[in-house]
Design a protein around this ligand. Structure first.
Ligand SMILES: [Zn+2]
Length: 388
């Protein structure tokens, strides 16, 4: 084990402060003709650390602690350092030993508990970490941090009920608005219920999601999906359409579903009118592509081609070009087919760069829509690339 210059400096700072204080005390005590060898013990411990003998170093530090409890901060720093280096067992030993000191005052004890909880968390001992954080959440100065750590545990464990309760508390304590996150937790529960075909429970949870955050696109999407599963296509369309007011970037995600809903209802006129009017308001890529198909089946390929060409003139993009080639291929004579197919292949490669989803916070790219970013673990930061 080796320490970087930064880590050493970080570790030495409190020690230097302590030894300055100690030297002063040492002088006083020498005058009182009493021996006091704390600094030398510390430097012995530090020496073990530098010589990559961390266990011997821990022994020395722990012995010193029994002599003097006013160097608690150094021990906290040392434990923290071990944890950050991934040496969790050593961190646990240091923190457990600290907590066992009867001379510790209340603040020092709760600080040590907070550190120990984080050691447990890092070691994957979630139950032990949880009970420490629950205790600390009741102490005002540690409440916010303890709640954050509890939230982390409940998300890892997918305990959404507890995650919702703790997020509400955290929002109160920190003064932050966390409604978006709460809505996502309801959606997580609803997803599970939906998969088990418990549609009425799922629907209840999604309503709670929308109560927490009326901009929750995910809830509208899933409500629409449930309605469609139950054959209620008019209601499904209403739910999916709501996304336009919630966050129009996601409307393209349900363009195909909305079109299918109208088709199931045999409402050709409604289908055409919805896409025509919505495109006039927004002009999103997915909407335009779906509308091209609607036009093609209603008025024929030529009219669809004309629509795409007009659209491409206004906003040139690879998706439209790809669609145009697709439509062209339908009517192309055999002599032109091979050229068109070649061109389509090239466009498809270009198009791949403009597909999928990206996180606005960390830049993570993926092929499917995640509500929780796998890159930065934030909720609701991933959007479709195509609509940019
Ligand atoms: Zn991210």
């Amino acid at each position: 084990m080796s320490f970087s210059a930064d880590e050493l400096l970080w570790l030495l700072l409190p020690l230097a402060a302590a030894s300055g204080w100690l030297v002063a005390r040492f002088e006083q005590k020498r005058q009182a003709r009493r021996s006091f060898d704390l600094p030398s013990a510390y430097f012995k411990g530090l020496n073990f650390l530098l010589n990559e003998q961390p266990d011997k170093a821990i022994e020395v530090f722990i012995r010193v602690l029994e002599v003097n409890s006013e160097t608690v901060e150094t021990h906290l720093a040392l434990g923290n350092l071990f944890r950050r280096r991934g040496e969790v067992e050593r961190a646990i030993r240091i923190h457990q030993n600290l907590i066992a000191r009867p001379s510790l005052d209340r603040d020092q004890r709760s600080l040590a508990l907070l550190e120990l909880g984080q050691d447990y968390l890092k070691a994957g001992l979630f139950d032990r970490a949880e009970s420490l954080f629950l205790e600390l959440a009741e102490i005002r100065v540690h409440s916010e941090q303890a709640l954050k750590l509890l939230l982390h545990i409940y998300q890892q464990e997918k305990e959404w009920e507890k995650a919702i309760a703790v997020t509400r508390k955290l929002a109160r304590v920190s003064g932050r608005n966390m409604d978006e996150m709460i809505a996502q937790f309801y959606c997580e529960q609803a997803d599970l219920d939906y998969a088990r075909k418990n549609y009425s429970i799922a629907r209840e949870r999604l309503k709670q999601a929308l109560q927490a955050d009326d901009k929750c696109v995910r809830a509208s999407m899933l409500l629409g999906d449930i309605d469609a599963q139950e054959g209620k296509f008019r209601k499904a369309i209403d739910n999916w359409r709501r996304i336009e007011e919630q966050d129009v970037h996601y409307l393209g995600e349900v363009a195909e579903r909305i079109a299918d809903g109208f088709r199931k209802l045999n409402d050709e006129e409604g289908l055409y009118e919805y896409f025509r009017a919505t495109l006039q308001r927004h002009g999103g890529v997915s909407l335009a592509l779906t509308f091209a198909d609607v036009i093609s089946s209603r008025e024929g390929v030529e009219t669809a081609e004309k629509f795409i060409v007009d659209w491409l003139r206004r906003s040139p993009n690879v998706h439209g070009l790809h669609k145009l080639l697709e439509l062209n291929l339908v009517r192309a004579p055999n002599s032109a087919r091979n050229d068109l197919l070649l061109l389509k292949g090239i466009i498809e490669e270009l198009r791949a760069q403009h597909l999928g989803y990206a996180c606005g916070q960390c830049g993570f790219r993926g092929k499917s829509l995640h509500w929780l970013c796998p890159g930065c673990s934030r909720w609701n930061t991933i959007k479709p690339v195509r609509e940019e």
